[in-house]
Ligand binder design. Structure first.
Ligand code: HSE
Length: 437
């Protein structure tokens, strides 16, 4: 049986999972590919790690460049993460004519264009299934399974750490920092956990989803990014009372005038399946013209779920090599022909239309509610529901308002006017709402 030699860059959480699953399932994978896939060389900061993982035959180095420049390694698997040195190593591997598999969402979201162009020129494959939603094969699903469709929108819970924190806040009233520490200990959180809680990780993934859904260039900088660090326990509770759950969503939508690409906390009706995706699990809901809505659910982080996606890509590359196919006749990197990538604009947030949850601290006296609703009325903002909570003290009460859909710039103006009222203390909390129907 033919042996395919791979070079593994990184033996951390995902690298370790990849080595473990490759070794455990070597025979099953051989039945699927017709070859034996072996880790021939690995780059790791701690050389003992390879032995601990059972990679007894692999050559181990602390210098990742040695792996990408090694003649024997046919496929380079980049599991280091981050922008550099990952970008340089991947480009070097491509220049050396090697296929690349990566789990690096930051790299693809930021430098995907450059990397795919280099790969096309060298006729090698760059595969990145593990970059989005860990064990859920969402890249294959959108690029291949849904390729007959015009995709209308995609909405996903694509950061496990954030979802874990929001779930624990809702179900157990746990402290934000304590839950984050647990996510770090479990290997879910990014090396820099602000990437999780400030939405950057989700924005990397959404950038990729938007490109493969609509055939647009990767534009990470154009993605609106808001994290969960300002979501308060009381908002989670009030949303629940009103029949909603707060989820940290990535939303990409074709709206006629352009593409919306936004990551932010979002109220969604609790009856939606996606509203019930809890803990570290991820889910992606895709609305497509022919298939209608389809929902994909699974573990979005962790060693073996992510390894599942990495190894599926290795298998894809190996099958392609065995058939003698190159990048020319394989699936285009973004799922659309290179000359069909469209330059549809990404809409600024001021232009997007959505509904809103507003919470404000108001003086508990006659006429205050009328002032607030008058401002909303003048701005053309229709109210869906209203809730006045027990007084915070003798003089003040929380007012919660749900609105119908309105352009963000109109809501910005209305909030400015509400905050200027004498009867309102502090800032108005605003969380966007999506029916996802
Ligand atoms: N930090 C990421 C998450 C890991 O929590 O989802 C998977 O990309």
């Amino acid at each position: 049986m033919e042996t395919i030699k791979i070079g593994l860059l990184g033996l951390g959480t995902v690298g370790g999972g990849t080595a473990t699953v490759l070794l455990r399932n070597v025979e099953e994978i051989a039945r699927r590919t017709g070859c034996k896939i072996v880790v021939d060389m690995a780059a790791a900061l701690e050389p003992d790690r390879a032995r601990e993982l059972g990679l007894t035959e692999a050559r181990v180095t602390a210098n990742a460049e040695e792996v990408v420049n090694d003649d024997a390694c046919q496929v380079i698997v980049e599991l280091i993460g981050g922008y550099e040195p990952a970008r340089t190593l991947v480009l070097q591997a491509i220049a050396n004519g090697k296929h690349v598999v990566t789990a690096n969402k930051a790299l693809i979201a930021m430098y995907g264009q450059e990397i795919f162009k280099a790969a096309q020129e060298k006729k090698v494959i760059v595969a990145y299934e593990a970059a989005v939603a860990g064990g859920i094969p969402i890249i294959k699903t959108i690029r291949e399974g849904l390729s007959a469709n015009k995709i209308q929108w995609v909405a996903g819970i694509i950061n496990g750490t954030g979802n874990f924190i929001l779930t624990e806040m809702r179900d157990r009233g746990r402290d934000f920092d304590e839950v984050l520490k647990e996510a770090q200990a479990l290997g879910y959180a990014e090396a820099d956990p602000t990437f999780d809680i400030e939405g950057i990780d989700a924005a990397h993934k959404l950038t990729i989803l938007a490109s493969i859904s609509f055939g647009i260039p990767l534009q990470f900088d154009a993605c609106y990014t808001e994290g969960i660090s300002k979501v308060k326990q009381e908002d989670v509770a009030y949303a629940g009372e009103l029949g909603y759950r707060i989820k940290h969503l990535g939303i990409a939508r074709y709206s006629g005038d352009g593409i919306e690409m936004r990551v932010h906390p979002t109220l969604i009706p609790e009856k939606r399946l996606i509203a019930n995706v809890d803990g570290v699990m991820n889910a992606v809901l895709v609305m497509a013209d022919a298939a209608g809505p389809t929902l994909y659910y699974g573990a979005g982080a962790g060693d073996e779920p992510t390894a599942s996606a990495v190894i599926a890509d290795i298998i894809h590359v190996v099958r392609g090599c065995r058939l003698g196919s190159s990048s020319e006749n394989s699936i285009p990197a973004l799922g659309f022909q290179e000359d069909s990538i469209s330059c549809m604009p990404i809409l600024p947030m001021a232009e997007i239309k959505t509904s809103y949850y507003l919470r404000m601290l108001a003086a508990d006296r006659p006429g205050v509610m009328a002032d607030v609703t008058a401002i909303l009325g003048h701005a053309g903002i229709s109210i869906e529901a209203m809730l006045q909570k027990d007084p915070v003290d003798e003089q003040q009460a929380q007012i919660i308002i749900l609105t119908h859909r309105i352009k963000e710039q109109q809501m910005d103006q209305a909030i400015k006017e509400i905050e200027a009222l004498d009867s309102i203390t502090g800032e108005v909390t605003r969380i966007r709402m999506e029916p996802l129907g």
